[in-house]
Design a protein around this ligand. Structure first.
Ligand code: GDP
Length: 296
């Protein structure tokens, strides 16, 4: 089930609960069960759904709520807050500081939209008056540098990479050093997303981080992968200090489970959403407006 349907189904469950003449344990239970079924269909992890149910039951204690309390509103608010909590790790992401050479490293599996997102991120800040630059430290995938170069050229953003150098660590270091000298204030390092072996990919990521000392590592994930995102995000988190998440392809078959799992696995907030293939199809992510929109 895709994200838009998830929101509709949760809203309908809340509406049905609201329509009941008396809100008793059975009505509340049926409402929460329907919300849980909706979350399972959106591929949200069992444990997260269980926690959500338990938290809501703790807040909405029908026996303790005196008559006259607006039970409908209290239940609706509790569901809203729980959905927000699932998307909010409770600590904000690093915010780049203007006038300093902020180094931002992007990690994620090949195909997740990492290279596209690097340019979108650079373009977003460029429009706000920053001086971004892009470094292609993916020497594994043929064509990675060309893709970054093409995107960067289109957006008039300086870029660094090599057709001949095969050591991504060397390129990353040289690129970051070059742009620091040029007083760029947002130096974005795109890394490889695939290798012959997973271990090699993570070791390379670790080495790139060691030489570039990123202020922020952003994990990019495709929203259509559902709860498989949990293991993926955790594996990346173990090798790099992931501090933020960007969820891509929200315009496609986005599942709620992916975004929620990525936040849970990395304990990092989502900062942007990718909503299309174009450079400006990129939105700042804010939990409350997102959940409000989801529930319609
Ligand atoms: P990478 O291998 O992770 O660097 O992924 P790419 O940046 O090459 O993206 C893979 C494909 O996903 C490309 O065809 C992109 O145009 C597409 N893509 C990336 N972000 C989005 C998005 O937010 N929405 C849509 N519809 N496509 C996207």
């Amino acid at each position: 089930m895709v994200l838009a349907e998830l929101g509709g189904r949760i809203s309908r469950a809340l509406q049905q609960m609201s329509n009941a003449t008396v809100i008793d344990e059975d009505v509340l239970k049926e409402c929460l069960n329907e919300i849980s079924r909706a979350l399972f269909s959106a591929d949200v992890q069992f444990k997260m759904v269980q926690n959500m149910q338990a938290n809501i039951k703790k807040i909405v204690n029908l026996e303790e709520l005196a008559a006259g309390h607006n039970k409908r509103r209290i239940i609706q608010e509790a569901v809203f807050n729980e959905l927000c909590n699932m998307l909010d790790p409770g600590k904000p992401a690093f915010v780049p500081k203007k006038g300093k050479p902020n180094v931002i490293m992007f990690v994620g599996l090949q195909g997740s939209g990492k290279t596209t997102t690097c340019t979108k991120y650079a373009y977003y800040y460029q429009k706000k008056g920053w001086k971004p630059a892009l470094v292609c430290a993916d020497t594994f995938r043929a064509g990675a540098f060309d893709q970054l170069k093409q995107n960067a050229t289109k957006a008039k953003i300086p870029f660094y990479g090599s057709y001949t150098e095969t050591d991504p660590v060397k390129i990353a270091q040289e690129g970051v050093d070059t742009f620091k000298k040029e007083s760029c204030d947002l130096i974005i390092v795109d890394t490889s997303g695939r290798h012959k072996q997973e271990a090699a990919l993570f070791e390379e990521m670790r080495q790139v981080a060691e030489v570039t000392k990123p202020d922020l590592v952003i994990f990019v994930m495709d929203s259509s992968i559902g709860q498989a995102a949990f293991d993926q995000a955790q594996a990346f988190k173990q090798s790099a200090a992931v501090g933020a998440v960007i969820v891509t392809k929200m315009d496609g078959h986005a599942k709620g489970g992916g975004a929620l799992s990525a936040v849970a696995a990395t304990k990092s907030p989502i900062i942007f959403l990718g909503t299309g293939e174009h450079m400006d199809e990129f939105e700042v992510f804010e939990v409350k407006p997102f959940v409000s929109r989801l529930l319609g």
